[in-house]
Design a protein around this ligand. Structure first.
Ligand code: ADP
Ligand code: MG
Length: 240
């Protein structure tokens, strides 16, 4: 579904991504782990070109999306993204937040958008919050709404950048639970997280990134159970 070839990203003189090669299959759940500053967010943001790659290629569903004339907005509709901070619109209700992109971008009929939004609210366990405003929700609830909002566009892949890092500990589980259900339902997902238990349980493949390269990748059993690289071992010994 996604092929990344020799991806580099520089910010001025800073060489952040130093040649990433990766293939992600449809339905696969890829979890990216690694130390802070290793380029995980930059990599994720390059996938939908929120950051412009300095060189290299990204193909999505057979299309070169790093080409000069590619309409990235069309591609972004198929790539849902959830950030550490929820970025919900504060003056809109939960339902309006979820319906917004389908109405404006997909030009869906209001009835259809609303019906789907309510269905998504059920999916994330918040059907009673449709009329609430973001300020009336807990962090965990806001993040579940952010996931529902991304799903409203019926994306083909979901990108998560540390979706639980800003949450109080007691709210982490409810968000991971929603993500787990998505994974079980066959969604293609790329997830940056420090939740190692979740990574192990839900990931089909674990990537360990350090200093802008993928140092090691494999099944959770391989990477967590018998990491081959010294840097992976050092990192895991600190976080496990
Ligand atoms: P991670 O998500 O793994 O913590 P990031 O991708 O956020 O790492 O950052 C990798 C490096 O790139 C860091 O040193 C960070 O300071 C730098 N960086 C990220 N975004 C920018 C930017 N817009 N301008 C300059 N440097 C940046
Ligand atoms: Mg990051």
């Amino acid at each position: 579904m996604i092929t990344v070839k020799n991806l580099h990203k520089k910010f001025g003189q800073l060489h952040i991504l130093k040649g990433i090669d990766l293939e992600i299959n449809r339905g696969e759940v890829v979890v990216v782990i690694g130390p802070s500053g290793s380029g995980k967010s930059t990599f994720l943001r390059c996938l939908n070109r929120l950051e412009e790659p300095s060189s290299g290629e990204i193909h999505f569903e057979g299309e070169l999306i790093t080409g000069k004339n590619h309409n990235i907005n069309k591609t972004r509709e198929k790539m849902g993204m959830v950030f550490q901070h929820f970025n919900l619109f504060p003056h809109k209700t939960v339902l309006e937040n979820i319906m917004m992109a389908p109405l404006q971008v997909k030009k869906q009929a209001k009835q259809d958008a609303e019906a789907f939004a309510l269905q998504l609210l059920r999916k994330v366990g918040l059907e009673d919050k449709s009329g609430a405003y973001p300020s009336q929700l807990s962090g965990g609830q806001k993040q579940r709404i952010a996931i529902a909002r991304a799903l409203a566009m019926e994306p083909h892949v979901m990108l998560f950048d540390e979706p639980t890092s800003a949450l109080d500990p007691e709210m982490v589980g409810e968000v991971l639970e929603v993500m787990k259900e998505l994974a079980t339902g066959g969604m293609t997902m790329v997830i940056v997280t420090h939740e190692m238990g979740f990574a192990r349980e839900v990931g089909d493949r674990i990537l360990f990134m350090d200093q802008g390269v993928i140092i090691e990748q494999g099944s959770p059993q391989q990477v967590f159970g018998s990491p081959q690289n010294q840097r992976t071992q050092d990192f895991l010994s600190k976080v496990l």
